[in-house]
Structure formats: structure tokens, C-alpha cells
Design a binder for this molecule. Structure first.
Ligand SMILES: Nc1ncnc2c1ncn2[C@@H]1O[C@H](COP(=O)(O)OP(=O)(O)O)[C@@H](O)[C@H]1O
Ligand code: SF4
Ligand SMILES: [Mg+2]
Length: 361
């Protein structure tokens, strides 16, 4: 471990689920390729927003990043220490597993589900503090809780501390979830669709609060949303990165502003087209895809997984898998053969309905 190690690093992470196939228990189980070959580093004080359609593997990669989902391949490290190695009994990990657990926190889509309905806000918040900061006396504990409630705008804090979850609005529950995560003094918070269930008017308010707390506590955030406008709002305001998932793969990643201004993966262009509220430019009337339907992660397409829908797909895309390539000088990367001028892609025949010069359709 060194101070320069990223908080979390994912290397070639794969999460495959075995699933009963239909009604016959004697059939071989099917494999759901929820996440395949994802690389991602999250340094300190960094914000990454991940966007993609439902079922593209966002939750699975998020859980893998905070050590709640064991990868079936590749590695997930916390400050250079393999998380699953640290969890092993009798491991000689340089960082105790308990510390890793405390450092990686999660906020769920449904904040109610993580709060015990029979406990007051204060009791719910005191519990993890007792476990991870046992040296704190009851009075100090209460003072910390009240200060944090006040900090997230739940004021007067004494009043909120005594309430039960059913006496809180959705936005307030989400604030309590944020307080609970922050009380652990975490290095990374995974916010998985954390604003998706809130009224539109509240979303920006809660995202602004996250941004404010992120800046104040220097906590890194992995923010996940199926909604590009939310992901963009958070990533751009934090001067962070935007990642795009498609069928278990991270197909594009870079500074949010750059990815949206100059998207390189044809799928990122689809998302941008489908989110006119971004107000980036006039979109075409037709979606930039050949097929609307998303393929099944049990049997993902060969080669480039986007080839069944991509308006630029060729025979070569059906057979070969593109690597992530750099775009320009910075950290912007995308996985598409079109980024490689020397690729055999350019000498291959377009698939039906596709064209190499399909630009600006
Ligand atoms: N525990 C599980 N067992 C089997 N399949 C799963 C499990 N968790 C997720 N999946 C499948 O993995 C894929 C990705 O799921 P998920 O990560 O939840 O996507 P997202 O968050 O982008 O909607 C989906 O096809 C989903 O059905
Ligand atoms: S590699 Fe081929 S199919 Fe995949 S996104 Fe690029 S052009 Fe489309
Ligand atoms: Mg999800």
C-alpha cells in the first residue's frame, strides 16, 4: 500500500452469474455476463458517474467496486490491497478488512430500505458509529450525529433525530442515508440510482448536497444512474469523469464535458440523442441505431457487443472485439474500431443497414 495508490482499482473485472435455465433443473445453468473486462481506477477526491441502460451491469460493477460483489474474474483493490484477499480468514492483508468495509460506503436507490422502520434516525445512525468508532462516548456520538444532520439541512437536528423513517420524506431519508455513509468517514461512496426515485424537483437539490459534501470531505464518489442528465449534472459539476456501460462493458470513459461534447463510441451518441434535455445540439429525428432492442446478457453478441445495433458496424465488428483506445491527449478512452485508422474495420463490408460513412445520421 502507498499513499499514491488509488482508493479503488478494478482490473479486468468480470462478474458472471449462474442462473437456472427455465423449468428443467437438469439443464445446464445459464451464465449472465453482467460485467466483462472492466478496468477503472478511482483515485482520492475523484468523482465518476456511470450511465447506461437498465441491465447494462451498472449496479454489479458498483457493488464490485465497493467490495459487495465478488468478481468471478480480475481483481478489485483498495489502496493496492486486494479486497477479497483481505476478507479471507487468516489473510496477511496490509489493510484490515474492517477498515476496507468502513472506507467504502453505499447509498441505495430506495433509502427507506436501508433504515429500520422501528428505530429512530438517531438510533439508526448510532449503530454503525458504535461498531466502527468504539472509542466515542455516547455524548460525543450524539454531538456528531446532530452536527451531521444539521450539515445536510435537517434542522432542527434534535427534532429529526427523534423521528422514525415513516416521518421522513423521500428526500429526507436520502439525506439520512448520506449522513450514515459520511459518519464512517469513507474514502468512497457508491451512490447507486440514489436520486432516481426522488421527484424531479428534489433531484438537483440532493445532487447539489452530494457535490457540496464531496468537496467538503474530499470523499470520492461513484455515482450511478440510468439517466444521462443526472450523471452529467453530477460529473460536470464535480469536474469528474463520465463512464458509459453497454452490456457489461465500459465502452467509453473520460472527462464528462469532453465525452459529451465529443462522444466517440456510437452508443454514447445514442444516449446523447435519447436525452434531448441536455440541450447540447439539435438531434436527428431518428435514433442513431439499426435495432432498438437491447440484446440479452445471457447470450451477448460476438465481437463488438454493440454490432447488432451500431449504424457503422461491419463484418469485422461481428468477429473481433475492439480494445479501449485513447482519444486525444487526456484520459478519454473508447472501445470502437473507428478510433484506429489502421484497423481492418475500414476494409470490411458494412452489415445490413449500416454504413462506414453513416456520420451525422
Ligand atoms: N444476482 C444475480 N443473479 C443473476 N443475474 C443477475 C444478478 N444480479 C444482476 N443480474 C443480471 O445482470 C445484469 C446486470 O444487472 P445490473 O448490474 O443490476 O444492471 P443495471 O444496474 O445496469 O440495471 C442483468 O441482466 C441482471 O438481470
Ligand atoms: S467497433 Fe464496430 S460495431 Fe462496435 S461500436 Fe465501433 S463501429 Fe460500431
Ligand atoms: Mg441498477
Amino acid at each position: 500500500m502507498s499513499v499514491d495508490d488509488p482508493v479503488v482499482s478494478l482490473e479486468n473485472v468480470e462478474v458472471h452469474f449462474e442462473q437456472e435455465s427455465g423449468f428443467n433443473p437438469f439443464d445446464d445453468p445459464e451464465t449472465v455476463r453482467a460485467v466483462d473486462g472492466v478496468d477503472l481506477e478511482i483515485p482520492e477526491n475523484d468523482v465518476v458517474a456511470i450511465v447506461g441502460e437498465s441491465g447494462s451491469g451498472k449496479t454489479t460493477i458498483g457493488k464490485a467496486a465497493v467490495g459487495l460483489q465478488k468478481p468471478t474474474g480480475g481483481s478489485v483493490k483498495f489502496r493496492g490491497q486486494d479486497i477479497w484477499e483481505a476478507k479471507r480468514r487468516f489473510s496477511n492483508s496490509s489493510i484490515p478488512y474492517d477498515e476496507i468495509r468502513r472506507s467504502l460506503q453505499i447509498i441505495h436507490q430506495d433509502p427507506g430500505s436501508s433504515l429500520n422502520p422501528h428505530r429512530t434516525v438517531e438510533a439508526s445512525l448510532a449503530e454503525p458509529l458504535k461498531k466502527h468508532q468504539a472509542d466515542l462516548g455516547p455524548e460525543d456520538r450524539e454531538a456528531r450525529i446532530l452536527a451531521m444532520l444539521d450539515r445536510v439541512g435537517m434542522s432542527p437536528p434534535h427534532d429529526y433525530a427523534r423521528r422514525y423513517p415513516h416521518q421522513l420524506s423521500g428526500g429526507e431519508k436520502q439525506r439520512v442515508a448520506l449522513v450514515r455513509a459520511l459518519l464512517m468517514n469513507p474514502d468512497l461512496i457508491l451512490a447507486d440510482e440514489a436520486v432516481s426515485a426522488l421527484d424531479v424537483s428534489l433531484r438537483v437539490e440532493v445532487m447539489d448536497l452530494m457535490l457540496d459534501l464531496q468537496a467538503q470531505f474530499d470523499t470520492s464518489f461513484l455515482f450511478i444512474s440510468h439517466d444521462l442528465s443526472n450523471a452529467r449534472y453530477l460529473a460536470e459539476h464535480a469536474d469528474g469523469r463520465l463512464g458509459v456501460m453497454y452490456l457489461g462493458e465500459l465502452v467509453e470513459l473520460g472527462k464528462a464535458e469532453e465525452v459529451l461534447r465529443n462522444p466517440q463510441h456510437p452508443y454514447t451518441k445514442v444516449l446523447k440523442w435519447a436525452t434531448p434535455s441536455l440541450g447540447l445540439e439539435e438531434g436527428a429525428a431518428e435514433p442513431p441505431v439499426r435495432e432498438i432492442d437491447i440484446p440479452d446478457p445471457i447470450d451477448p453478441p460476438s465481437g463488438c457487443r454493440f454490432h447488432t445495433r451500431c449504424p457503422y458496424a461491419t463484418e469485422y465488428c461481428r468477429e473481433s472485439t475492439p480494445d479501449r483506445r485513447s482519444v486525444g491527449e487526456g484520459t478519454h478512452r473508447a472501445s470502437c474500431f473507428r478510433l484506429d485508422v489502421g484497423s481492418d474495420y475500414w476494409r470490411s463490408d458494412p452489415l445490413e443497414g449500416a454504413s462506414l460513412e453513416a456520420d451525422e445520421r
